[in-house]
Design a protein. Structure first.
Length: 183
């Protein structure tokens, strides 16, 4: 039996929320050249939505870059995150906003923020499209959150299951046959 995808957040709502978040960030970010840093691959569509909706007056000065990390949770309860691709842009002295697709256990962001703090940015904020209502392994500050969702496995708008469903332009709950939970 095929997995079922049940729409949860439609494209229009995502775009509307991304526009509101882009406006809030543009207003609150003191720098004239804020730097958005997205986590590949999941945050790419959301980061591009933020860029598209950034107020016209600040668009020319807005920069973005990407990092790629690998998370291993396995046997270590604390987990481990390895940086596979670093930013091209130097973060020192910059107003950096980390852009993530979803915050679940907080493990990934906890490690990324620690890494980034060592690079001496002027300021460091977090913007995530989704945040799960769960008990986190690491409490991480999410300065800008698109939507809070229940503890469900979701796909679409960058989020994948084994590499698929990323390109859906909406967010859906993935229901596996036999009620199994995606890992
Ligand atoms: P954390 O490190 O547990 O906070 O999880 C962060 C990463 O896990 C995200 O960037 C996603 O790649 C992945 N992830 C967590 N929950 C989901 C989900 O519901 N769908 C797809 N990927 C998820």
């Amino acid at each position: 039996m095929e997995p079922r995808i049940v729409p949860l957040i439609v494209r229009e709502s995502i775009e509307e929320r991304a526009a509101a978040m882009a406006h809030a960030m543009a207003v609150e970010c003191a720098s004239e050249r804020p730097l958005l840093v997205g986590l590949l691959n999941g945050a790419a569509p959301f980061l591009m939505a933020l860029v598209r909706h950034w107020p016209a007056a600040g668009q020319a000065g807005l920069e973005y870059d990407f990092i790629d990390v690998k998370s291993y949770v396995g046997t270590q309860s604390s987990g481990h995150v390895e940086l596979v691709k670093d930013t091209r842009v130097d973060l020192a002295g910059r107003d950096v906003i980390v852009v993530e697709d979803i915050v679940d256990t907080g493990l990934t962001l906890h490690h990324v923020l620690a890494l980034f703090k060592d690079k001496n940015p002027k300021s460091l904020k977090v913007c995530s499209l989704l945040k799960k209502r769960v008990e986190r392994l690491h409490e991480v500050p999410v300065d800008y959150c698109g939507f809070e969702i229940d503890d469900l496995f979701v796909v679409g708008f960058g989020l994948d299951f084994d590499g698929i469903y990323r390109s859906l332009n909406y967010i859906a709950v993935l229901e596996l046959p036999d009620g199994k939970e995606p890992e």
